[in-house]
Design a protein around this ligand. Structure first.
Ligand code: 8YV
Length: 335
């Protein structure tokens, strides 16, 4: 029987590629080149499946150039790199990697929040520059974390995991805002109270973003929202670039309209707004919130599981697109 052909778009774990190679004819990308547009379409020629990451845009133009494609298994919980409507229209299944990264990403969200509040990177850079001459009463004095008010925008799995950390670990009052309110049991489980966006922005000492990117969440935090925050507050973004208006944030940080920020994601990443790079009161990390070896392995394996289940059992495990009629294993998977 002809084995389906798949593309692994980025360099992942060799073990996962070897496992995939026991099921499929695999083309992979050991050089870890980022393929986009025509280059991606060229590598996808003749492939029925792809293990993608957030760096590959799967849109109508790409799909029309790759008519054999049936499934894109994203190694990410977020899937704003998928044009879900175009994929559904072409009958291409998209999958993501929920759950396996929740706690790790929440840990990192908290690390960033604390780094911003306690001025961790700013003070370290000061020390490394040889500027530390003496102890100072207010030297890098930051904002309290324990007992403060945490405002979480986006209360999915990751938002809830952060709420649990804040409430149980740090005795924080936790407010959240979300498209839909959680049920009472879920609110109680993470000791969080629903608030409208304005109330949250006005009352939180630390605002943390954990919502998916979409047209509706584009610039959900811009100049107007930043103006509602306390001047002592911090903002942490572990969600997606584009949710924050980075230029407006840089202005607010420069003018000390908020105290500090921590960003793992950026508009147009890997480019970072030059105004942010010039500021000391913002912690900047290169999209690594899920980056522990254990979690990245689990993400790669779940993406691989999705491909194997789709081609061998006819149904993906964690689809994010409308699920088409069950796929008949190995139908039309000829070269
Ligand atoms: C990924 C992420 O590492 O899962 C997500 O949505 O943002 C990260 O965990 C990144 O998207 C690479 O695919």
């Amino acid at each position: 029987m002809t084995r389906p052909k798949i593309l692994v778009t980025r360099a992942i774990f060799p073990e996962t590629v070897e496992r995939l190679a026991r099921h499929f004819e695999v083309e992979f990308n050991p050089d870890d080149t980022v393929w986009a547009g025509e280059a991606l379409a060229r590598h996808l020629q003749g492939k029925q499946g792809a293990l993608t990451t957030g760096t590959e845009r799967i849109d109508a133009a790409l799909l029309s150039a790759c008519p054999q494609l049936k499934i894109c298994a994203n190694m990410a919980v977020g899937y704003n790199n998928f044009d879900v409507a175009a994929m559904a229209a072409c009958g291409v299944v998209g999958t993501n990697t929920p759950d396996v990264l929740t706690e790790t990403t929440a840990d990192f969200g908290f690390a960033l929040l604390m780094a911003a509040a306690r001025r961790l990177t700013e003070s370290e850079h000061f020390l490394r520059r040889g500027q530390w001459q003496k102890w100072g009463c207010q030297l890098f004095a930051g904002a309290e974390v324990h007992g403060s008010t945490l405002g979480i925008i986006g209360m999915g799995r990751i938002g809830q995991a952060i709420a649990r950390r804040g409430a149980r670990g740090f005795g924080m009052t936790v407010l959240y805002h979300n498209r839909s309110r959680l049920d009472a049991a879920a609110e109680a489980a993470c000791s969080a109270r629903y608030a409208n966006k304005e109330e949250l922005l006005r009352s939180a000492d630390h605002v943390l973003l954990a919502l998916p990117y979409s047209a509706a969440s584009h610039h959900a935090i811009g100049a107007a929202e930043l103006a509602q925050m306390k001047p002592t507050a911090t903002l942490t973004n572990i969600a997606r670039g584009g949710i924050v208006d980075d230029a407006a944030l840089a202005r607010a940080l420069r003018e000390r309209r908020i105290a500090a920020a921590a960003l793992d994601v950026f508009e147009g990443e890997p480019a970072v707004h030059p105004d942010l790079l010039a500021l000391s009161n913002v912690v900047l990390t290169p999209h690594i919130a899920s980056a522990t070896i254990t979690t990245r392995r689990a993400m790669a394996e779940l993406a691989a599981d999705n491909l194997i289940a789709f081609f061998e059992q006819g149904r993906a495990i964690t689809p994010v697109t409308a699920v088409p009629a069950p796929h008949t294993p190995n139908d039309k998977e000829t070269s």
